[in-house]
Structure formats: C-alpha cells, structure tokens
Design a binder for this molecule. Structure first.
Ligand code: SAM
Ligand code: SF4
Length: 318
C-alpha cells in the first residue's frame, strides 16, 4: 500500500504521456512553448509501463492517461492495452480534449480504456475556437458522441471564465443532462503559462449561475475524485472541482508521473523527483523507493495563493 506523509492512501496515478497538444487553450498554453521536449527525452511506452506495473503491484487502483493531449502521441491504444492486459481490474481512464476521439475512441475502448473525461468549455463555435485558439467545436462534439457510442463511460470537464464562457454554464449543464453525461465544472487555476488576463469563477459564483435556471441540492463528495456533487430535482448529477476550497486536499489520493519520468505529488507544487534514470536502468525497485519518498514528502495542502508552480500543467498532466 502507498501512504503519504498525512496518512492518505495513494491509489490513483495520473500519467502524462506527452506535453504536446493540438490546442492552445487560454488557461493552459496560449503560446506554443518555445520548444517541445525532444522525443529522446520522453520515456517510451514500455518504460512508462514498467513503472505503472510496479505501482499497481504496490496498490495503485486507478490510472488516468493525460497530458498535454494524450491522443496526439501515436499508438496510444497499444499503451492502453499493456496496462489493461496486465491489470484488467484497474480503473483505466483518460482525460482528453476530444478532438481526435472520433477516430480513436473505438480502438482505445477495444484496447481496454474504461472511461474518458472530455473538456468542453463552450457550445459556441466562435467561443470554443477563441479558448482553444483553433476551430475545434465540431470535432470535439463528434468525439463526445463517438465516446458514448462505443460505450466509454464519459464525463465532461468545463472551466468557466469571466467574460468568456460564464454565460454558458447552464447551457453546458443542460446539454450534458440531455445526453445523460455528468459535467464537472472546474475552478480556473492560476498558473505561470496561462493568459494573464483570465479571471476564473469560484464555485459559489458557478452555483449562483446554475441556481438561476435549476434547483439543486448538494449530495456529498465523489468517493473517487475531489469533486463535490450536486443533484438537480430530476436526479441529474453534476460536480464542482474546487482547488481553492480549504478542504480540497484532505482526501487527495493521487500522484503524477510525467512523460519525462518526473514524479510529482501535486499539480501545484514545484517539488518533484525524477525516476527516469532508474527506469532506464531497469531499476524499478529503485524507482518505487523514490515514489515512496515523494509521498513521504507530500505536503498536506496545495499552494494556491502562496506560490504558483513554474511547472506547466500541460507538463505535469492536468
Ligand atoms: N488535453 C487534455 C484536456 O484538455 O482535457 C488533458 C490535459 S488538460 C491539462 C486536463 C484538464 O485540465 C482539462 O479538463 C483542462 O480543462 C484543465 N485545465 C487546464 N488548465 C487549467 C487551468 N488553468 N485551470 C483549471 N483547469 C485547467
Ligand atoms: Fe491542450 Fe488540454 Fe492544455 Fe487545452 S487544456 S492546451 S487541450 S493540454
């Protein structure tokens, strides 16, 4: 079992397979990074898998593939299959912008992927295009339909931003409700790479907006994620992810592995340790020792309002 310094069981590993992306979202990487990390610096799938396998043996029960945009890395289905074949019981999920899902959803599902979270910040072509800095909406919607059609359990992630998509919260909720797909509204997290003029919405503001059209009641926390859950009076459930809330970190059960082999205990700390050399040498036991040290040093809370991390979310894996 993996336990952190504050007695929290860590059973959820998020794996960023690439920092690269086909979007340039305002809140993540509005400017193309000066250069991408070269492929030679990135761990091969087989190498990432060696670590994941050992982490599963130590108690990891959920693995989420993320990035950057995971679907831009080739042969993702083969990687998914390695994990699914080794541990079919593991809850194997992916977070994606959905742009390539129309082409890939079926092979990913067949490879063993169980669930996807797809980002959808606007239902207006122009606004979605402004957020992602390219014309994306049509293909993202096709991707969502395809994910549902092939039987992937699907959730929507949405980041409300003032003056950009704040007027669409109820529309996005209604759209997801019609499709029977749960939506998680995520509070915008300030970070060094985001557009400096962005102003996010806090959860109380998001809830006020929802209350203008829907009646809801709070029904508790999602046992598998840090979301607070709410139900409309017809039973439809939506969630809020509120990293700025005091108790957000109390039930944190996750750690993050980047494509470059960096193990980060939190999206919002600079602290991280590399397991790349150990993995490259085949010293997986050594890599797991480092993993345990990282967890032993994990802070109790994220550092919002204290010190922003310099590491980009697209590198750590949002
Ligand atoms: N490319 C994939 C995607 O967009 O879904 C996966 C990586 S992305 C970094 C993961 C999630 O983080 C997305 O749902 C995205 O909306 C969210 N995200 C990125 N930057 C954020 C920020 N500054 N504040 C809040 N959420 C953010
Ligand atoms: Fe790409 Fe996802 Fe970042 Fe948008 S949030 S730029 S889709 S990695």
């Amino acid at each position: 079992m993996l336990i952190d310094a504050h007695s929290r069981v860590v059973d959820y590993l998020r794996v960023s397979v690439t920092e690269r992306c086909n979007f340039r979202c305002l809140y993540c990487m509005p400017d193309k990074p000066l250069s991408w990390v070269p492929h030679s610096e990135i761990l091969r799938y087989e190498e990432l898998f060696l670590f994941i396998k050992a982490a599963i043996d130590c108690g990891i029960k959920k693995v989420r593939i993320t990035g950057g945009e995971p679907t831009v890395r080739g042969n993702l289905d083969a990687f998914i299959k390695m994990i699914a074949d080794y541990a079919p019981q593991v809850d194997l999920a992916m977070t994606t912008n959905g742009f390539l899902l129309n082409d890939l959803a079926e092979s990913l599902k067949n490879a063993g992927l169980k669930r996807v979270n797809i980002s959808l910040d606007s239902l207006k072509r122009e606004v979605a295009g402004r957020i992602a800095n390219r014309d994306v909406l049509e293909r993202v919607l096709l991707g969502i339909d395809k994910a549902l059609a092939v039987g992937l359990k699907t959730k929507i992630n949405s980041v409300p931003m003032k003056g950009i998509n704040d007027g669409e919260i109820c529309d996005i909720l209604g759209w997801c409700k019609e499709r029977g797909v749960s939506v998680r509204f995520i509070e915008y997290m300030d970070n060094a790479r985001a557009n400096k003029r962005l102003r996010g919405m806090r959860s109380d503001e998001i809830l006020r907006e929802i209350a203008s059209r829907y009646e809801y009641e709070e029904i508790g926390r999602d046992p598998k994620s840090p979301s607070r859950l709410f139900a409309l009076n017809d039973g439809y459930v939506f969630g809020l992810i509120e990293p700025h809330r005091e108790e957000f970190c109390a039930s944190c059960n996750r750690a993050r592995l980047t494509a470059q082999g960096l193990l980060a205990p939190c999206l919002y700390f600079d602290e991280a340790s590399s397991v790349k050399d150990r993995i490259k040498r085949g010293d997986i036991e050594g890599a797991i020792d480092i993993f345990r040290q990282v967890l032993a040093n994990k802070r109790e809370k994220n550092r919002f309002g204290e010190k922003a991390t310099d590491r980009a979310f697209y590198e750590t894996g949002g």
